[in-house]
Design a binder for this molecule. Structure first.
Ligand SMILES: *[C@@H]1O[C@H](CO)[C@@H](O)[C@H](O)[C@H]1NC(C)=O
Ligand SMILES: *[C@@H]1O[C@H](CO)[C@@H](O)[C@H](O)[C@H]1NC(C)=O
Length: 355
């Protein structure tokens, strides 16, 4: 009797956990390492079914996941790449793109329609486009491939089109359908999220480049073959970080049809710019409801006047200095051919931490 009862109670608890996560579920959960593992062993015969079981996706996303057996792995990688890039770009800021083991991944920071939220949306929508496009070029997805239409573009006989030009059109469309699907295009915050998702995708389009390879006798480059390629995701992350710094505070216009700069006279943001509706908290103190861990014990730079400097990072609470032992490579020498040998040097360095 007791055992049955215990089982009943566990299932009720499980059920309520399920329902709870269902409410605040986000596809970013796919980017966390434990979930990524599980996407790798999707099989051609069961992926459609498995996609329908991912309760942190909404119905439209489950259906998109079911298009092809390799889609989920690409979306997962895209989400993970977005999360990693966010952490890299924000490592010396008070909010350093903290993530949590819950389905919302970014936690309370999403409760405020701030610049931070705008970056999260843009980088992850870009991440999905980037990875889907790579999967297309590798031939992992039947619905897309390389862009052969470039071959008719003029090259002034200086070089020839060759190789696989990455085709961002499918990835762009997929990312739009997948990441935009949750948003209400008539709500204020929905409009903000849609705008920032689009900004993320535009950053990929605007940084497409042409790369070439030379052929010919002893590097004469008599034949030059070129193809189109996306920029590294690091470049996308840095570009969006600049847009974060220059993001525009917006609000609905009088007719409630679109977003306008809140400050009179400021120019209308372009589709590449990030927009936000609310100012950010200062992230100085611990407050999980806004996704802030506070800056206590964060390392800071004693000589910098920027946001990584102790004055700003520690929010005026001051800092303490500790002497720590650091071991690094030094006196590196190049030996023909091809080896670099270094010595290990240990030195004592001052490190500063916020009070
Ligand atoms: C989050 O989950 C990962 C992998 O499952 C685990 O290694 C890590 O310790 C967890 N972190 C927290 C704070 O629970
Ligand atoms: C981010 O900040 C938190 C606390 O503010 C700290 O515990 C964590 O180590 C930081 N992460 C990185 C990558 O610096």
């Amino acid at each position: 009797m007791a055992a049955i009862r215990a089982r009943w109670i566990t299932s009720v608890i499980l059920l309520s956990v399920f329902c709870h996560t269902g409410l605040s579920s986000y596809w970013w959960f796919l980017g966390t390492s434990s979930v990524y593992q599980s996407t790798v062993d999707l099989k051609t015969y069961n992926f459609k079914e498995k996609c329908q079981q991912l309760n942190y996706l909404i119905q439209k996303q489950k259906d998109l996941c079911g298009i092809s057996h390799n889609i989920l792995a690409a979306v997962s990688k895209g989400a993970a790449m977005g999360i990693d890039e966010c952490k890299y770009q924000f490592q010396t800021r008070r909010w350093n793109c903290t993530t949590f083991n819950e389905t919302s991944v970014f936690g309370g920071v999403l409760n405020i329609n701030s610049r931070e939220k705008s970056y999260i949306y843009a980088i992850s929508s870009g991440g999905v486009e980037h990875e889907i496009t790579k999967a297309c070029a590798k031939g992992d997805i039947n619905e897309c491939g390389c862009d052969d239409s470039v071959r008719s573009l003029p090259t002034k006989d200086k070089w020839e089109w060759g190789g696989c030009s990455q085709d961002i059109r499918y990835g762009e469309k997929f990312s739009k359908e997948f990441t935009d699907s949750k948003e209400n295009s008539r709500a204020r915050d929905g409009m903000m999220n849609l705008h920032n998702n689009e900004a993320g995708r535009r950053s990929i389009r605007s940084t497409m480049k042409i790369v070439c390879k030379c052929h010919g006798v002893s590097g004469s480059c008599s034949i030059k073959v070129c193809w189109r390629k996306m920029s590294d995701f690091r470049r996308i992350g840095s570009m969006l970080k600049q847009r974060f710094d220059g993001a525009t505070l917006v609000d609905l216009n009088k007719r409630r049809t679109r977003l306008r700069p809140k400050t009179k006279g400021q120019k209308q943001p372009t589709k590449k710019d990030l927009v936000y509706l609310e100012e950010s908290p200062d992230f100085c103190e611990y407050d999980p409801t806004i996704g802030s861990l506070g800056t206590r014990h964060r390392e800071c730079n004693r000589t910098s006047y920027g946001i990584d400097g102790c004055r700003l990072m520690c929010c005026g609470r001051g800092y303490h200095t500790m002497v720590e032992q650091v071991t690094e490579d030094c006196d590196c020498k190049f030996f023909w051919c091809c080896e670099v040998r270094c010595r290990k040097c240990t030195q004592m360095v001052d490190k500063n931490y916020c009070n």
